[in-house]
Design a protein around this ligand. Sequence first.
Ligand code: SF4
Length: 137
Amino acid sequence: MPPKPLCLVSSCLLGLCTRYDGKGKQNDECLRLLSAYRFIPICPEQLGGLCTPRPPASILGGDGHAVLDGRARVLDNYGRDLSASFIKGATMVLAIARMQDVRVALLKSGSPSCGSTPTIGVTAALLQREGIEVRSF
Ligand code: SF4
């Protein structure tokens, strides 16, 4: 029997405490879907060097694509520019995807990194540019 396909999954969707508030966000629908995959948990904000807990952040002036193109910025609620950390984290996630030839990512909605709804985040945007399917939970 061929091995199950490999996917990336936002670590907080598994219940790991990687969110800005030091909590996880376990998603049972995502966990059910994961039974069809082998998976690699990722947290782009931690891979970008940010710690947990951390101040909440949001994209100012656009979406994740605009951040990647230098037309918008990620700011935390103290006004600190975290764009470089977010782009670094996205780049690290993409490197992992390429290393393992991953074609699907199950990512947390509403995040300036992982979100693809309602606004696309920095990591989701970079993965989509590379043709990786992003599913939102
Ligand atoms: Fe979850 Fe992504 Fe935020 Fe990390 S960056 S806590 S994986 S939503």
